[in-house]
Write a protein that binds this ligand. Structure first.
Ligand SMILES: Nc1ncnc2c1ncn2[C@@H]1O[C@H](COP(=O)(O)OP(=O)(O)OP(=O)(O)O)[C@@H](O)[C@H]1O
Length: 279
């Protein structure tokens, strides 16, 4: 998803809350939105979720399925928890049986089972907030947007938030979450989007985040170009490996890692076979 020069004010002639925000969030990424009270965090999240539309600029490539949990989940709805969640599951495209299963699963997981037959307006704020989380997760979203998700939740439910985030990321989705309590520490590997003066500063995940090794196979002719691109994107190249050789041939020594800045030309592994890059 990309935000291109997004501007928003709440009324014509009013002050710009966001005055030219450009940012990008890729599948598998999580960004924590930071900023002082009134900086525009909720406004930004609502734009990303599609709840608000930019006055100028645009939001492109928003995933089709968005899970949106506002800071205050609106519980003043004349349904029981089960009826509400089942209707939300159906609205998200689940068949009746799948919707029932998803409601059972998420009410169990979030400790909502005792409240299934309780009417929404009778819920406490924290319990209503859990219903908000459940409705967003009934069908794994391509983009999960959580506005201050730790607010009002009990300790057990707060501990669940990183698990939900992980599930969305593992399924190839992206997550945006605002935080003014400093709970960000629970999401190692998150980018930091800081909103101030109507603008956004995007900082990549800090270096103390967990690091994973990804191995990919690429055509040998594209090894140097791939390595250069990965380096340009800030990834660390650990090794470039020749493909397994047929038994009749002597094993080739590992190919050297092309130096930083090396382009696709002059690549010693250019022989049309596949090479493997680990980064
Ligand atoms: N519906 C609205 N109509 C008019 N102004 C609004 C509306 N919603 C927010 N604002 C104003 O926009 C600015 C940004 O508000 P926003 O709620 O996005 O900030 P925030 O960073 O999320 O704040 P907080 O940390 O207090 O939740 C504030 O000045 C706020 O008063």
């Amino acid at each position: 998803m990309r935000l291109e020069d997004v501007r928003l004010r709440y009324r014509r002639g009013g002050p710009w809350v966001l005055r030219g925000v450009t940012a990008r969030l890729d599948p598998g990424e999580v960004a924590v939105v930071l900023g002082r009270n009134g900086a525009g965090k909720s406004t930004l999240l609502q734009l990303c979720a599609g709840v608000l539309r930019p006055v100028r600029g645009r939001v492109v490539d928003r995933p089709h399925r968005v899970g949106w949990v506002p800071e205050r989940f609106p519980a003043d709805q004349p349904f029981t928890v089960t009826r509400y969640l089942t209707a939300m599951g159906r609205a998200a495209g689940l068949g009746r049986a799948d919707a029932d299963r998803a409601v059972d699963r998420w009410t169990d997981r979030l400790g909502l089972a005792p409240f299934r037959t309780v009417r929404m307006p009778d819920l406490s704020k924290g319990t209503a907030q859990k219903v908000g989380l459940a409705q967003a997760m009934l069908r794994t979203p391509g983009l999960l947007v959580l506005d201050e998700p730790w607010e009002g939740l009990d300790a057990a439910a707060r501990g669940l938030v990183p698990e939900l985030v992980d599930e969305v990321l593992t399924a190839g989705g992206a997550v945006l979450v605002s935080d003014h309590r400093g709970e960000t520490v629970r999401l190692p590997g998150a980018r930091h989007w800081t909103v101030a003066d109507g603008l956004l500063t995007d900082e990549p995940a800090t270096g103390d985040a967990a690091v994973a090794v990804v191995e990919v196979a690429v055509p040998a002719a594209r090894v140097a170009g791939t390595v250069a691109r990965l380096r340009a994107d800030g990834h660390q190249i650990l090794r470039v490996r020749e493909p397994a050789v047929p038994p009749t041939r002597a094993a080739a020594p590992p190919a050297p890692v092309p130096p930083a800045g090396a382009g696709p030309t002059g690549d010693p592994t250019r022989d049309g076979r596949a090479g493997e890059v680990a980064w």
